[in-house]
Design a protein around this ligand. Structure first.
Ligand code: SF4
Length: 412
């Protein structure tokens, strides 16, 4: 096996724990000169702002690290195989994979060797060489190393489409316990700097100019869920603040993968994947459904219900707001009905101008009636369950959905 292939194996494997883009994880190798090659190593998929799915070469520059974050497979004290690329190797790999049409871009993260600036400078050189020496117009996502200097971040922003500084844990107290070398100020500082730089440049950018793009795909971050004791309320409040103050495009949540035998992190048997999924659903409600954090979770109910999605949970906790009159309610309230998505809500509001909507219209619009029927009022819908308690309604909905999936399993 060639040296570069060996490095790729180590550094693509180490990169898979970063949730900012999901690994395809396929191991279907090309044999007998077939078409295509879904190699397990290093190719992952990510979504661009306009919803396109792009495949990226997802690797670490190195998994050597001077830090000892308890949740991380590359931490200093972990006994794993180490490797490091050179700048030229990453550039060559990217160009070669791109030319073979395996990838549309690069996701490059790294452990920290020597110090943050030494590492960041290499990541910037990769992006710069790709853009300037190879006229590369593919997508580049770089990890902004916490503690790197503003000059390097600024340069990174000129060549990368997106930068991410990982916030890692939902509170500074937990960060200090689990990743003692990291501090919130070294994470929030770069985020604030990049936000300000981007705002300043877009203020002064001439209309339609393509010459001064700075981080066109913005910033993202990753937060690990389940490696520390914070509630979902704390997780979502921090995410909300990152969206509002630092203007992040995305917060990615990663259910803690119990890879570490380190007593600073809990000894979980499996990653808390359902919790991760519920947190993503809550994040979606905040970004697209106009929910505030406190409507989803709050001091009284600090954790998400793992058995039902957060929107249904909200509706069951706020029965006094339902049923919602489809022909009268404002858009914000229609968005809060379980079974009604953003597109359906928009269609409801735009089409009820011309006619009174009934149950048939709603079905045609795409409303999921098996959910929505318990929470709406409209002609043609008889709701026999309006008086039952939230607890019984919850059981009714859950048992109905279980039966549906059982039937689907039996007849498909
Ligand atoms: S700094 Fe990054 S690579 Fe290094 S141990 Fe911490 S999380 Fe892992």
């Amino acid at each position: 096996m060639s040296k570069i292939f060996e490095k790729l194996k180590v550094l693509a494997d180490a990169a898979k724990y970063d949730a900012s883009c999901a690994s395809s994880g396929s191991k279907r190798f090309n044999q007998n000169k077939g078409l295509g090659n879904a190699e397990g190593m290093g190719i992952c998929h990510s979504y661009t702002e306009d919803g396109r799915c792009v495949s990226l070469l997802k690797i670490l520059f190195t998994n050597h690290c001077i830090y000892d974050c308890a949740y991380c497979v590359s931490r200093r004290s972990n006994d794993v195989r180490r490797a490091a690329f050179t700048v030229e190797e990453v550039v060559d790999l990217t160009i070669n994979f791109y030319r073979r049409n395996y990838i549309e871009g690069l996701f490059l993260s790294s452990g920290i060797f020597k110090n943050p600036d030494y590492t960041m400078e290499r990541l910037v050189r990769v992006a710069k060489q790709l853009r300037l020496n190879h006229n590369f117009h593919g997508y580049i996502h770089l990890k902004a190393i916490p503690g790197a200097s503003p000059e390097l971040l600024k340069e990174a922003g000129l060549y990368a489409d997106r930068l991410s500084v990982n916030i890692e844990l939902p509170s500074e107290t937990s960060l200090q316990k689990v990743a003692p070398e990291k501090q919130y100020r070294d994470i929030l500082g770069p985020m604030n700097y990049l936000k300000e730089e981007k705002e300043e440049r877009s203020d002064h950018r001439p209309q339609r100019s393509k010459t001064q793009l700075f981080l066109p795909a913005g910033q993202s971050t990753q937060m690990i869920v389940g490696a520390s004791p914070e509630s979902d309320y704390q997780v979502l409040r921090l995410a909300d603040s990152l969206y509002q103050r630092q203007k992040l495009k995305r917060v990615y949540y990663s259910g803690y993968i119990p890879i570490a035998t380190d007593n600073r992190v809990p000894a979980l048997k499996a990653p808390p994947l359902i919790r991760e999924n519920r947190v993503y659903q809550a994040d979606w409600l905040m970004r697209f459904y106009q929910f505030s954090v406190d409507e989803i979770v709050n001091e009284a109910t600090p954790n998400l219900d793992l058995d039902i999605d957060p929107k249904l949970s909200y509706a069951l906790r706020n029965r006094h707001l339902f049923p919602v009159d489809i022909n009268q309610a404002d858009y914000e309230m229609i968005l809060r009905i379980p079974g009604v998505g953003v597109k359906s809500a928009q269609k409801i509001v735009s089409s009820r101008i011309y006619q009174k909507l009934n149950i048939d219209h709603l079905q045609r619009i795409g409303v999921v009636m098996k959910r929505a029927r318990y929470f709406i009022k409209c002609p043609g819908l008889y709701n026999a369950n309006s008086d039952i308690s939230s607890k019984d309604l919850r059981s009714l909905i859950l048992s109905g959905e279980q039966q549906n999936s059982l039937q689907l399993a039996l007849f498909s």
